[in-house]
Write a protein that binds this ligand. Sequence first.
Ligand code: GSH
Length: 193
Amino acid sequence: MKLYYSDASPYARVVRMLWRALEVTGMEEEAINPFSQDRALRSANPLGKLPCLICEEGALYDSSVILRYLDEHFGQGRFFAPLRGRWALERDNALLQGLLDAAVALRVEETRQQEGSRSAFWSERHGQTLSQGLAQLEPEHWPESGLLSFKLIALLEYLDFRHPHIDWRAGQPQLLQWLTQQNGSLISATRPR
Ligand SMILES: N[C@@H](CCC(=O)N[C@@H](CS)C(=O)NCC(=O)O)C(=O)O
């Protein structure tokens, strides 16, 4: 199996954390810049996005499909099991996914600056989504481990990486404490750079 990924992609990072947690052997990771018009990526994923997994099923995308595939095949579904039928957890999963989307969309707006086409409206809106969504992350929603914790780590560290001006620590000082307690090689090996 091979995963097309980029070091910066928070979606790919969640996949990379899960497969380390599942201790899947024989995995290959190939770093790709999705904007380099890479033909291997485009022919595997017509959307041209990362992550994309090449496996016996062919090419799988997006990250939500890859996560479920890996968990079913190598984890007997244990990473998704806590979510099933627990609607508040499903909602938190959707919240974290939406915050990842907003953080990446804000980055896209920032890169448009060079072309003189950054939208002040959308930048403001994505920023608002991030601050309101982060404010919803009360301590009782902080995951102890598992899939949601991978998403929350990927989100907070992506914000530090791409949006250091967003001071999420100021509004959520205890969240910083939560983050500093999350450690291990699957986190350090997948940090964005
Ligand atoms: N919903 C997708 C989002 C994937 C995505 O947007 N990936 C970004 C990198 S962070 C990408 O490949 N962008 C290239 C593009 O939009 O053309 C997922 O969860 O996998």
